[in-house]
Write a protein that binds this ligand. Structure first.
Ligand code: ATP
Length: 484
């Protein structure tokens, strides 16, 4: 199981064409990125895996694409306007700005290596009068008292800080619609994709044969004015979410909650290959729950700097649809075709960050390995052990001798054949060992080499990325051999 720092992953991702610094030919903004060839393919593969598992393989689910700019009333009904805030604190010594709750979470995480949660909480409860270890549920005053009382340092300068009061900071980003530049033309850039599904749920019922319970799924960009973007792509201002809303005829049962949890585990572990020992579930304390939420279960991954949220399952009750009915004055009731009962459905949500998932997959797969080569010499290699379903390149096609026209011809034919069903790379440059290394570094599961023997017996070697073993396989059997 690998355990590398985020800096190592950032360096590798930049070197290998996964990400580039945002608008890098001009001056760049820190913690903002452009996504490049291998990232784009990795992202697409993760998205496809999610789509296959949660949409294609399920009955009664519909895929939606809502607009990024929605009617401003949507965000009033959802309580985002005025209510979607993070606690912000400045270090008066340097003028730098941080999220107070994240500073506190980092301190708690540090202390977890020395004391149990109960010991930590007992001490905080008497010193700061808090009753849980989830600082975003504490008052702003409690957060400030903690930062000062625990002498939390400025994480950038690593020096003692002089903290201002903790204040609320709106995460909502806006733009203007129509030609006149006035405040009344302000619209919000969506901070989550979920609302399009609540607003459109009645349209789906009216235009499809959907009956409760049914699910709606969506993928798309969301925008948040994050105070402290960072930790590579873990927290950015512009990111992608993959959200699913399940509309239910009655309150969410414990059994359904467990089913969604199990499905999520299967997706993380089996479909995209995340190391299960690094994943855990965490239930939200009552005073940590969002205002619309009855119960919430996070999926957290053990990142190098702590356990952070990747996805959550949220029991949103009937809050959202009810709120939109109230604000829009439209009838949003579901009418049961069998009983004639009319009611507002309950909703359970699976919300997952796509960009965060891509980073997690990269971090989880990255490895540096020492091995002994065929000459008995010790070598090291970077090998990125992507699950084959998400690897950006599934197989590399390598003619051994570039000058051998026959080898090159066969390699081109093979490339044309395999690329009908998978992403492949053709590479004829440099010694074969170097080419293998290059593929290991971008996580390609298989390398296919066309050599002298291929011309005689129509077989190739297929090298396995993880074991580095090579097997001879007939050209006609390659597709079966590497069935992904
Ligand atoms: P956090 O506590 O990390 O700020 P959150 O609880 O505000 O996250 P949600 O509102 O639950 O996040 O959003 C759902 C999912 O969207 C999260 O689980 C996460 O994967 C992703 N996400 C949220 N904010 C960001 C961001 N700024 N950058 C990348 N992904 C994000």
């Amino acid at each position: 199981m690998s355990d590398y720092t985020l800096d190592t992953i950032v360096g590798w991702a930049k070197r290998k064409g996964f990400v580039y610094q945002w608008s890098s030919i001009y001056w760049w903004l820190a913690n903002a990125w452009d996504y490049w060839p291998y990232w784009s393919q990795l992202r697409k593969n993760i998205l496809d895996a999610r789509w296959q598992f949660f949409v294609q393989e399920q009955a009664n689910i519909h895929w939606l694409e809502g607009a990024i700019l929605m009617h401003p009333k949507v965000w009033e009904a959802s309580w985002h306007v005025g209510g979607f805030n993070d606690p912000l604190v400045d270090d008066k010594k340097t003028g730098e700005r941080f999220r107070a709750d994240k500073l506190i979470e980092d301190r708690i995480e540090e202390q977890r290596s020395q004391r149990t949660d109960k010991e930590i909480l007992d001490y905080y409860a008497t010193t700061y009068q808090v009753n849980n270890l989830t600082p975003d549920s504490w008052t702003l005053e409690q957060q400030h008292a903690f930062l000062v009382g625990e002498k939390v340092k400025n994480p950038k300068s690593k020096k003692e800080a002089d903290w201002t009061d903790v204040r609320k900071f709106s995460l909502m980003m806006s733009t203007k619609l129509w030609v006149i530049d006035s405040e009344s033309n302000k619209v919000w850039m969506r901070p989550e994709t979920a609302q399009a599904m609540f607003v459109n749920f009645k349209n789906v019922i009216d235009t499809t044969r959907a009956k409760l319970p049914f699910w709606l799924a969506q993928v798309g960009k969301a925008f948040r004015n994050e105070i402290t973007p960072g930790n590579f792509l873990f927290r950015t201002r512009e990111f992608e979410q993959m959200e699913i809303q399940m509309f239910l005829p009655s309150e969410l049962s414990e059994e359904q909650f467990t089913t969604f949890q199990k499905m999520s585990w299967e997706f993380w572990e089996k479909r995209i290959g995340i190391t299960p020992e690094k994943l855990r579930n965490r239930d939200h304390d009552d005073d940590e729950l969002a205002h619309y939420c009855k119960q919430a279960r996070d999926f957290e991954y053990k990142f190098p700097r702590g356990r952070w949220e990747l996805q959550w399952i949220h029991d949103r009750t009937d809050f959202d649809v009810k709120a939109h009915q109230e604000y829009s004055w439209q009838n949003m009731m579901y009418s049961d075709p069998h009983t004639g009962d009319r009611f507002i459905p309950h909703v359970v949500e699976l919300s997952m960050g796509l960009s965060r998932t891509v980073v997690t997959v990269m971090l989880d797969a990255y490895d540096e390995e020492t091995y002994t080569d065929s000459n008995g010499k010790e070598q090291t290699r970077i090998v990125v052990r992507f699950h084959p379903s998400v690897a950006p390149v599934k197989c590399a096609i390598l003619p051994l001798i570039k000058k051998d026209e026959k080898q090159v011809e066969i390699a081109h034919e093979l490339f044309a054949k395999l690329t009908k069903t998978m992403t492949c790379e053709y590479d004829e440059w440099w010694a074969i060992g170097k080419r293998y290394r290059r593929q290991d570094e971008i996580g390609t599961p298989y390398c296919i080499t066309i050599d002298h023997q291929t011309l005689d017996d129509q077989t190739v070697t297929i090298r396995d990325r993880d074991s580095m073993e090579q097997k001879r396989v007939a050209l006609s059997e390659i597709t079966d051999y590497i069935a992904l």
